[in-house]
Design a protein around this ligand. Sequence first.
Ligand SMILES: [Fe+2]
Length: 388
Amino acid sequence: MNAFQFARIPRIHFGTGSFSNLANIIEPYGSQVVIICSRSVSAFPVFSGFLDQLNRKQQVAEVCILTGEPSPQFVDQVVDRVSGRDPSCVVAIGGGSVVDAGKAVSAMIPLGGRVKEYLEGVGSREPDGRKIPFIAVPTTAGTGSEATRNAVISEPGPSGFKKSLRHVNYVPDIAVIDPALTLTCPLDVTMSVGMDAFTQLLEAYTSTGASPLTDALAWNGLEMSVRSLPVVFTDPDNLEARSELSYAALLSGITLANAGLGVVHGFASVIGGLFPAPHGVVCGALVAPVTRENIRKLMATGEHPNALWKYSRVGGLFTPEPSSMEKQLEMLSERIEAWANDFRIPKLGKFGITRANADHIVSQAGQKTNPVKLDPDELAGILLETME
Ligand SMILES: [Fe+2]
């Protein structure tokens, strides 16, 4: 067995109705609570109830609304607004973008300076890991940010970027996961972020950085996501399926933070910085062609037979009857492609990505801990497949 490390995970409160206990969970965290949420969350009746509970205890320092993805300016502005009041903790209630914003604010309050100075590949300073307590409350089942050590910050545009503020200490202190909160998430967003969770689990499971511990968790998440994604699509109010998807998303965060990701996410961080394509859509569009190419290359080179076996095992989740390894490998790519079509994941051309951009995207994209190294022409071929 290879040596491995595993970072701590948040204290987890999981279950329908767990949001109603949030004010009690926050109580020990001081009197200056900074809340970050999306506009849609601020309109939830349960959010007003939560805010009333906190106001009665005079715990609220500031409520900040994030629209879109977190920019360096948003993070810096929130930090400037609250710093003079000695904030005691940050609570983020929303999708992956909101959780990332909250994670970055909780880190930047004691760190000082501007967040851009600390972003990987953008700034030149290393974060030292100090932060104030951070509580993540996801309202979508997708990014797994409630369990990861990085916050993705983006500056869109032609010279844009999507880069991480990262430190092992940035894993949230507490994650409150109430699957009922995901019921109001629109179906297109639900399916694309669900595809992100599935992609993260598949990439972590087949990663060269995987360990027996991440394998066990990723496998459990893969079982749950393969079972629940089609049910949520046809029956979005099915709370049991929503719960399984929320649980799978949580496991995707834990496993990606401890095993790493692959080519889909290598592409996604570049594409997300350059084009207004939501992260889940990028992953949903890329996961089938990347999986097919990884399998083809693993078979052709004979490298990492264990990764091939893992892909085949995941393919077996799509059928009740065990089949040959070759058939299960074929089934995996086919079924993921069918998911992308059934769930109406848009092609990437819709966001302005053209053949002319392919070489630049390929040159910027890292392969992370992909199970096999792909050549630039193989990467370009994958990208072209996703355009129309
Ligand atoms: Fe992702």
